[in-house]
Design a protein around this ligand. Structure first.
Ligand code: ATP
Ligand code: MG
Length: 429
C-alpha cells in the first residue's frame, strides 16, 4: 500500500486518492492510493510498470485546466501535480460535483524507429488487424500542432472517450451516413448519443478528420449540441455527443406556431453562432434540430470536417429536400444556402426538388399562419441567395423578435406532451 503526504493540503490527507492510469488506445486502470506519507515519483513509475509491462516508462503526464499536458519526471514535479490536482478537487467539492480521479498518461520510451517527434499518441487504430499499440504520427507539420496543441492533444492523445468505456443501448435512428445510438459512458455515468459511421479510409485521412473535429471542443453555445469526443476503431468513427431526450424535429407532426417560433429563435441563434466561427452548417434540416424535455433546442451534424463530409459523400451522393436551389444545381455554397434550409425546414417541403430549382419558391398559406412567419419563411427562401436575410437581419426579423423571449417552458411542455402522446400510442412495452 502506498501512502501520500500533501504538504499544504493537509485537509485532504485522509482522503483516498484515485489515480487513473490511461493506457494508450485501451481505456484506463484506476489505482487507489490511501492518504499518509510521501508518494514518490518512483512509486508511480512502479505501478505504471505493472500496468504496462511491455513499455519502458520514464515519465508521465497530466493535464492542466486548458488541456495542456505537463510532464512529471521527479518528486518535485509530482508535488506540483498533486497541488494542482487537489485545488481542482476542492473546486469540485465546493461546486458539489463528483470528484474526478487524477488522470495520468504514461510516457513510454520508444525505440528510435518509432519515435514520435511531436510527442503525440494518436488514438486511432489501423485497418482490419487488431493493432493495439499507439499509432505514431510524424507527418503532421509541427506548426499546425503548436497552433492548436491543447485541443488537438485532447482529442488525439488522451483517449477521453473510447469504445471500452461505452455501453451501447438503444438505436436512436439511422441516417445516410451512419447510425446513432443511445449509450452509457461508464466512467462519467453520462448518457450519450454516439453516431457510428463506417469509413474505409486511410490512416492519414482518419487523422485529418480527428484534427478537423477539434473545433467542436471550442463550440460553446447552448444552441449547439455538446461534443464529448470522437475516436476511430478499425474502419468506423464514433462521435460522442450530448443526448437529447426529445429527439429530432422530423418526428414531430404539426408544431404550433408559438412553439415553432421559439424553436426558430434557437436555430437562428445556433446558426449565427456557427457562422461567427466561420462554420457553415451545410445540413440544416429538421432531423438535425434536436429538442429536450428541458425545452432546449440544439443543432447537430454541422460540417466541421470537410474530410468527414467528403468521405461520407463517397458512399452517399445525395441531395435532400432542404437544400438550396444553388446547391442542388452545384453552384457555390454560402451562409445564404444555410438560410434557405432554415426557411424550408419550418415548412413541409411541398415541392419536388426540380421545382425548387426551376420554379417559384413555395410559399406558406397566409390564412393558416401569421404574417410575420410567412414573411420570414418567404425571405429565407428567396431564389437569389443574396436576397435572403443576412445573419444580423435574421435576428432582427419581427418573427424572431416576437418569440425571442427565452421562454423554454413553452418548448419543454410541448416536448413532454408529445413524448407522452407517443408513449401512449405505442402502448406498454
Ligand atoms: P442524415 O444522415 O441525412 O443527416 P439524419 O439526420 O436523420 O440523416 P442521423 O444524423 O444519423 O441521420 O441521425 C439519426 C437519428 O438519430 C436522428 O433523426 C435523430 O432522431 C437521432 N439523433 C441524432 N443525434 C441525436 C442526439 N444527440 N440525441 C438524440 N437523438 C439523436
Ligand atoms: Mg443528423
Amino acid at each position: 500500500m502506498l501512502w501520500l503526504a500533501l504538504g499544504p493540503f493537509r485537509a485532504m490527507e485522509n482522503q483516498v486518492l484515485v489515480i487513473r492510469i490511461k493506457i494508450p488506445n485501451s481505456g484506463a486502470v484506476d489505482w487507489t492510493v490511501h492518504s499518509g506519507p510521501q508518494l514518490l515519483f518512483r512509486d508511480v513509475l512502479d505501478v505504471i510498470g505493472q500496468v504496462l509491462p511491455e513499455a519502458t516508462t520514464t515519465a508521465f503526464e497530466y493535464e492542466d485546466e486548458d488541456g495542456d499536458r505537463i510532464t512529471v519526471r521527479s518528486d518535485e514535479e509530482m508535488k506540483a501535480m498533486l497541488s494542482y490536482y487537489y485545488s481542482t478537487v476542492m473546486e469540485q467539492q465546493v461546486n458539489g460535483q463528483l470528484i474526478e480521479p487524477l488522470q495520468i498518461f504514461p510516457r513510454a520510451c520508444k525505440p528510435p524507429g518509432e519515435r514520435n517527434i511531436h510527442g503525440l499518441k494518436v488514438n486511432t487504430r489501423a485497418g482490419p488487424s487488431q493493432h493495439t499499440s499507439p499509432v505514431v504520427s510524424d507527418s503532421l507539420p509541427s506548426n499546425s500542432l503548436k497552433k492548436s496543441s491543447a485541443e488537438l492533444r485532447k482529442i488525439l492523445a488522451n483517449g477521453q472517450m473510447n469504445e471500452q468505456d461505452i455501453r451501447y443501448r438503444d438505436t436512436l435512428g439511422h441516417g445516410n451516413g451512419g447510425t446513432v445510438y443511445k449509450a452509457h459512458h461508464v466512467p462519467s455515468g453520462k448518457i450519450l448519443a454516439v453516431k457510428v459511421i463506417l469509413l474505409d479510409i486511410t490512416l492519414e485521412l482518419q487523422k485529418q478528420i480527428m484534427s478537423e473535429l477539434e473545433i467542436l471542443y471550442k463550440c460553446d453555445s447552448s444552441y449547439i449540441i455538446g461534443f464529448y469526443g470522437a475516436f476511430f476503431v478499425e474502419n468506423r468513427i464514433s462521435i460522442c455527443t450530448e443526448f437529447m431526450d426529445g429527439g429530432s424535429l422530423d418526428v414531430y407532426r404539426k408544431i404550433p406556431e408559438h412553439v415553432l417560433g421559439r424553436i426558430a429563435v434557437a436555430v437562428v441563434k445556433g446558426l449565427t453562432y456557427l457562422w461567427s466561427l466561420k462554420i457553415l452548417h451545410r445540413d440544416v434540416k429538421p432531423s438535425n434540430m434536436l429538442v429536450n424535455t428541458g425545452g432546449q433546442v440544439k443543432l447537430c451534424d454541422f460540417g466541421v470536417s470537410t474530410q468527414l463530409v467528403n468521405s461520407i459523400a463517397k458512399t452517399y451522393v445525395g441531395t435532400n429536400a432542404y437544400m438550396a436551389p444553388e446547391r442542388i444545381s452545384g453552384e457555390q455554397y454560402g451562409i445564404h444556402s444555410d438560410v434557405w434550409s432554415l426557411g424550408i425546414s419550418f415548412m413541409e417541403p411541398l415541392q419536388l426538388l426540380q421545382c425548387i430549382v426551376d420554379e417559384d419558391s413555395p410559399v406558406l398559406p397566409l390564412e393558416e399562419f401569421s404574417e410575420p412567419f410567412v414573411h420570414f419563411i418567404t425571405q429565407c427562401m428567396r431564389k437569389q441567395p443574396k436576397e435572403r436575410p443576412a445573419p444580423e437581419e435574421l435576428m432582427g426579423h419581427p418573427f424572431i423578435v416576437q418569440f425571442n423571449d427565452g421562454n423554454a417552458t413553452v418548448v419543454s411542455m410541448w416536448v413532454c406532451r408529445a413524448l407522452e402522446e407517443r408513449r401512449s400510442q405505442q402502448g406498454p412495452p
